[in-house]
Ligand binder design. Sequence first.
Ligand code: PEP
Ligand code: MG
Length: 322
Amino acid sequence: ERKKLKRLRSTRANTLDGTTIELQANIEMPHDVPEAKENGATGVGLFRSEFLFLNRDSLPGEEEQFEAYRAVAEGMDGLPVTIRTFDLGADKQIKGAERVASNPALGLRAIRLCLAEPQLFQTQLRALLRASVYGNVKILVPMLSSISEINQTLQFIEMTKRQLDDQGIPFNRTVPIGGMIEIPAAALALNVFVKKLDFLSIGTNDLIQYTLAIDRTDEEVAHLYDPLHPAILYLLAHIIGTANKAGVPISVCGEMAGELSYTRLLLGFGLRQFSMQAGQLLGVKQRVLTTSVPDIVPLVQKILRSDDPLKIRDLLNKLNSL
Ligand code: PEP
Ligand code: MG
């Protein structure tokens, strides 16, 4: 079976009706690039850069980060490389700078931490911008929740660009800046995000955690963590539909993107770009190749109109056996 899948490596992920789907890889370190390519990734949809910080005693400096980002940009041969700025805090703490939060998932994490630690953020942005001339680099910002955070982040990036200019250091002036949609408030007030950002990526892991108020790391409530909750389906359809209407590229990079049972559901919502663990890419591609978008849309609409969990599961099974 695995061998059969391997043959799909360089097949384009086109649906039966000829819609091209981008299937990209999530990576944690530069050494993950070969596996992404072996599995036919058409880009890196999520480089979780905070992994450069974990399991060590010192912070990675600008040079070390630059080398890591450049290695991925060059390694992907001009394909898009979406690098997420540090998503630290909560469950991922920096050694020596641990912060005590009574509720870490709702505390100073991701972009909040970056804006609170400008030195840390600026070092990363310099490294990212410098690496942007070595490939097709995009910058993705996690956990944005409001217009003021978007504005502060964009201003911060502009300031870093001016600094590089003053020093005569080259960078791609039009490097796309995107935001993760993983907080319900961002999903519900999406208009400002589509206006200000070049692309969006849905972090379903956190979006589900925050929408359902289920700590994603707490096993006691793991059984309540439900990607098929009507509220989640509504939000996903809303985000994807709004972004498509505005012409802003939208992808899903949370675990839902790599789950075969959700591929058709997401395609039916209008999703055309998925990012997942490399090992899931070929299976999802096979599912894409056997799907006709016009054929699945009526069932997906029905799922979206249903508020009965059992009915939703029943309809999803039907959708997946079409
Ligand atoms: C997510 O929240 O879905 C996501 C992709 O980011 P992470 O899992 O790293 O929080
Ligand atoms: Mg997240």
